[in-house]
Design a protein around this ligand. Structure first.
Ligand code: GLU
Length: 445
């Protein structure tokens, strides 16, 4: 395989899909050596088959706003690969969503889901609809219009969507209710459901909790622990909340969170009341983090800046793709960061990742670090299929074990000759080998 040739072909075909090309390039670079040791992959054109989604649904979503005006958004579902299980992956509702975003996320999801050890293929969907500033009724009408188009293509053994940015329990509720009505069935077609209608305990916390469990394993290999470490988290949504909660519980000090408007520096660290306030802030404000400093005057709001300029031991990007660039990475390195764990999908730019690896920092990519979210989604699917519920302790135990397994796979495939673990290589190779073998063993389909 020549990475260059494959990339040239994809670039010619999908010239404007920058994020998708970035995600594919990162994986192909990592797996090139191992792929070339498997001529059977080359013969079956495994790479060429895996980098393209199985199919893409693009559709119009017409809905009516509270003033009676008709609005039209675009909806998508990218069913990427189902070689190891039903398509699985969230919906993102955000004005920045394009097909490129969802192709990159669906591609990443395929390998992430393979890493979880659970039988889930990869998919992603969403819309350029933004829930911010919309009433509940508007969000409901949009969700119903979205599912009216998509319900035929999803199902508990076919394709199981969930949440992502802009899609939380409220949106999952509206979509589930409408699916149930149209399909005339009550099955686990979506994950992230409410607790009284098929949801799983720990699902809201799972991405953040899993990320912190992964960080613990990275540190433990170096004889370190998260206790008493200073942590900077970006974002203030569900993922950032879960990460802040678990890191604090384990004795770390979380000194920053952020929003599109800037960041909050809270020198004394977030306590339980402040972490709970993050949920309130997310639910009530218009995507701004600034009100935190009104509520807790000891905290400082820094407008228009990213939190990576703060000195910290651990950095956890929890917001959106490419939120940490080469300059941010340089600042973190200069300030002596020990560990950077990407909880957002593709949170660091390629230049930032290259710097962390060159400086031999503990750095791990989103598809490993944030796999706890989709893992508990997988556990929700199991509980729905059994029509039984596990306890909080049972799920937390399973989540811990999954994160430990993912970490071990990364170490196995990412170990370099100098003893440094390249988690990017490790995660990409481990995920890829599993999907590639499944595709090969099932013939041309
Ligand atoms: N959106 C999450 C992710 O990026 C969760 C997907 C799911 O639970 O299916 O992995």
């Amino acid at each position: 395989m020549k990475v260059k040739e494959i990339m040239n072909r994809l670039e010619a075909r999908y010239a404007h899909e920058r994020e998708y090309l970035q995600a594919v390039h990162e994986v192909l670079e990592s797996i090139e050596d191992i792929y070339n040791q498997h001529p059977e992959f080359e013969k079956a054109k495994i790479i060429e088959r895996i980098v393209e989604p199985d199919r893409i649904f693009t559709f119009k979503v017409p809905w009516q706003d509270d003033r009676g005006e008709i609005q039209i958004n675009t909806g998508y579902r990218v069913q990427f690969n189902n070689a190891i299980g039903p398509y699985k992956g969230g919906f993102r509702f955000h004005s920045s969503v394009t097909l490129s975003t969802l192709k990159f996320l669906g591609f990443e999801q395929t390998f992430k889901n393979a890493l979880t050890t659970l039988p889930m293929g990869g998919a992603k969907g969403g819309s350029d609809f933004n829930t911010r500033g919309k009433s509940d009724a508007e969000v409901m009408r949009f969700c119903q219009a979205f599912i009216t188009e998509l319900w035929r293509h999803i199902g508990p053994d076919t394709d199981v969507p969930a949440g992502d940015i802009g899609v939380g329990s409220r949106e999952i509720g509206y979509m589930y209710g409408w699916y149930r009505k149209l399909a005339r069935e009550n099955t686990g077609v979506l994950t992230g459901k409410g607790m009284t209608w098929g949801g799983s305990l720990i699902r809201p916390e799972a991405t953040g909790f899993g990320g912190v469990y992964f960080v613990e394993h990275m540190l433990q290999r170096q004889g370190l622990s998260i206790k008493d470490k200073t942590v900077v988290v970006s974002g203030f949504g569900n993922v950032a909340w879960g990460a802040a909660l678990k890191a604090t519980e384990l004795g770390a000090k979380v000194i920053a969170i952020s929003g599109p408007d800037g960041y909050i520096y809270d020198k004394s660290g977030l306590d339980r009341a402040k972490i709970d306030y993050m949920l309130y802030l997310r639910a009530t404000c218009n995507d701004v983090v600034q009100p935190y400093s009104d509520e807790f005057p000891e905290a400082v709001f820094v407008a228009g800046k990213k939190p990576w300029e703060l000195k910290c031991d651990i950095a956890m990007p929890c917001a959106i793709q490419n939120e940490l660039d080469a300059d941010d990475a340089q600042r973190l390195v200069d300030n002596g960061v020990i560990c950077v764990a990407e909880v957002s999908n593709m949170g660091c730019t390629p230049e930032a990742v290259e710097l962390f690896i060159r400086k031999r920092k503990l750095y791990a990519p989103g598809k490993a670090v944030n796999a706890g979210g989709v893992s508990v989604s997988g556990l929700e699917m199991s509980q729905n299929a059994m029509k039984l519920n596990w306890t909080r302790e049972e799920i937390d135990e399973k989540l811990k074990l999954i994160m430990q397994n993912i970490h071990e796979s990364c170490v196995q495939y990412g170990m370099q000759t100098d003893g440094y673990v390249d988690y990017v290589k490790g995660a990409n190779i481990a995920g890829f080998m599993k999907v590639a073998r499944a595709v090969l063993e099932q013939g041309l389909c």
